[in-house]
Design a protein around this ligand. Structure first.
Ligand code: TRP
Length: 336
C-alpha cells in the first residue's frame, strides 16, 4: 500500500523558526512524518516575490531552515527536502495550471492585498504566487498540506485548480486537503494576535536560555490586572496560551496538571504573574534545550545538509517528471 503524501513549503526569507511556526506547522510535520510520505520544498522562487533585492541571503537562510527542521526532529530518511528552483518542472506545471486559473479568482487573494499594504511591489510574480504554490502541491500529487491558518486560502486555490484540471483533461491530480495546526496562531510576547519574525515579539527556537527567560519575563499578560491578588483573565493571556501549547509537549502530564492549577489560582487572584512566568520558562526550556543540542550536533556537519538537499532534490525531480508525463499525456501534448 502506498502511503498518502504530504507537502508543505517554507520561503527562505529568514533563517530560523519561532514558537509560532512550531505550533502552527512544525509540530504537525514531526508527528505526521511516520505515517505519510512527506515532501518539504524550500521555496526560493516564492521567496523572490518579496525578496528579490536581497537574494544573496537565500543560501544562508536555506541552511538555517534545514538546521531548524533537523533540530526539531524531522528525519531526512522519512522526509524529502528539496530546493524548489532546482526542480524546474514546477514552472512548467505552473504554466499549464495558469491557463486554467480564472484571473479574477486569484485577483481576490487576501494575501496579495496584505503584501501590497505592507509596501511590496505589485509585480506579476507576486500576483502569480498562488498558481506557483498550486504547482508545488500538485507536482508531487500531494494529498495533504499542513499549513498555518493564514495559508488556508492558498491551499483552496490549489484544490480549485486541481479540480478544474481533472474536469478538463481527466483525473491526474488527487484533490489536496489543508491540515491546520491544533493551536493555529500563537500570539506574540507583546500580546499582538500573531507572533511574527520581524515584529520583535517572537521567541525563536535558536534563542539562548537567557534570551528566553528575558522575553518571558517581559511578556504581556492581563493588562487589567495590576496586583497578584486580583482575579485575572486566563483565556486571552499569552502566558497561559503558551502554557497550553507547550505544557503537554513531550507528553509531560505533570506540566499539564500544574498549568490547570495555575489557571485556577490566576482566576481567583492567588498567584502573581511572575510565578506563572517562572513556570513557563521551565516548560519552554524543557522543550527547547534538546532542540538546541541537536542543532549544535548538526552544525558540526556542514556537508550533511548539502547531501540531504541533493538527494531530496533528485528524488523530487523524478516525481516531478512523472507528473509532467501524466500531465502532457492528459493534455495531448506529448508530441513524440
Ligand atoms: N505560501 C507558503 C508560505 O508563505 C509557502 C509555500 C509555497 C507553501 N508553496 C507551498 C506551503 C506549498 C505549502 C505548500 O508560508
Amino acid at each position: 500500500m502506498t502511503r498518502k503524501r504530504i507537502l508543505t513549503g517554507d520561503r527562505p526569507t529568514y533563517d530560523s523558526f519561532h514558537l509560532g511556526n512550531y505550533v502552527g506547522s512544525l509540530r504537525n510535520r514531526v508527528k505526521l512524518q511516520d505515517e505519510y510520505e512527506m515532501f518539504i520544498p524550500i521555496v526560493d522562487l516564492h521567496a523572490l516575490t518579496t525578496y528579490f533585492d536581497k537574494t544573496k541571503q537565500i543560501e544562508g537562510n536555506i541552511r538555517g531552515l534545514m538546521l531548524g527542521y533537523l533540530s526539531v526532529g524531522l528525519d531526512p530518511e522519512k522526509v524529502t527536502f528539496f530546493i524548489q528552483s532546482k526542480v524546474p518542472e514546477v514552472l512548467e506545471l505552473a504554466y499549464f495550471l495558469s491557463v486554467l486559473t480564472p484571473r479574477p479568482l486569484i485577483a481576490r487573494q487576501p494575501a496579495l492585498k496584505e503584501k501590497l499594504d505592507q509596501g511590496f511591489q505589485d509585480t506579476v510574480g507576486l500576483f502569480y504566487y498562488p498558481v506557483l504554490m498550486a504547482a508545488d502541491i500538485l507536482l508531487v500529487r500531494a494529498n495533504l498540506v499542513p499549513v498555518g491558518k493564514d495559508q488556508k486560502a492558498h491551499v483552496e486555490y490549489a484544490r480549485d485548480i486541481a479540480i478544474k484540471f481533472n474536469n478538463t483533461y481527466g483525473e491526474v491530480f488527487p484533490i489536496p486537503e489543508p491540515l491546520i495546526g491544533e493551536v493555529p496562531t500563537l500570539p506574540g510576547t507583546d500580546g499582538q494576535a500573531k507572533m511574527g519574525k520581524s515584529s520583535g515579539n517572537a521567541i525563536f527556537l535558536t534563542d539562548s536560555a537567557e534570551e528566553v527567560r528575558k522575553k518571558v519575563m517581559g511578556m504581556y499578560t492581563d493588562p487589567a490586572r495590576i496586583h497578584g491578588d486580583e482575579p485575572g483573565d486566563v483565556e486571552n493571556n499569552p502566558v497561559f496560551i503558551y502554557l497550553d501549547a507547550f505544557a503537554s509537549q513531550a507528553g509531560n502530564k505533570r506540566h499539564v496538571t500544574r498549568t490547570e492549577q495555575y489557571k485556577e489560582r490566576y482566576r481567583k487572584g492567588t498567584v502573581k504573574d511572575v510565578e506563572v512566568k517562572e513556570f513557563l520558562v521551565e516548560v519552554l526550556e524543557e522543550f527547547l534545550e534538546p532542540i538546541r543540542q541537536r542543532r549544535t550536533e548538526f552544525e558540526k556537519q556542514p556537508e550533511l545538509i548539502n547531501k540531504i538537499l541533493k538527494e531530496g532534490t533528485a528524488k523530487a525531480r523524478k516525481e516531478a517528471q512523472q507528473t509532467l508525463d501524466l500531465v502532457r499525456k492528459a493534455m495531448k501534448m506529448e508530441y513524440f
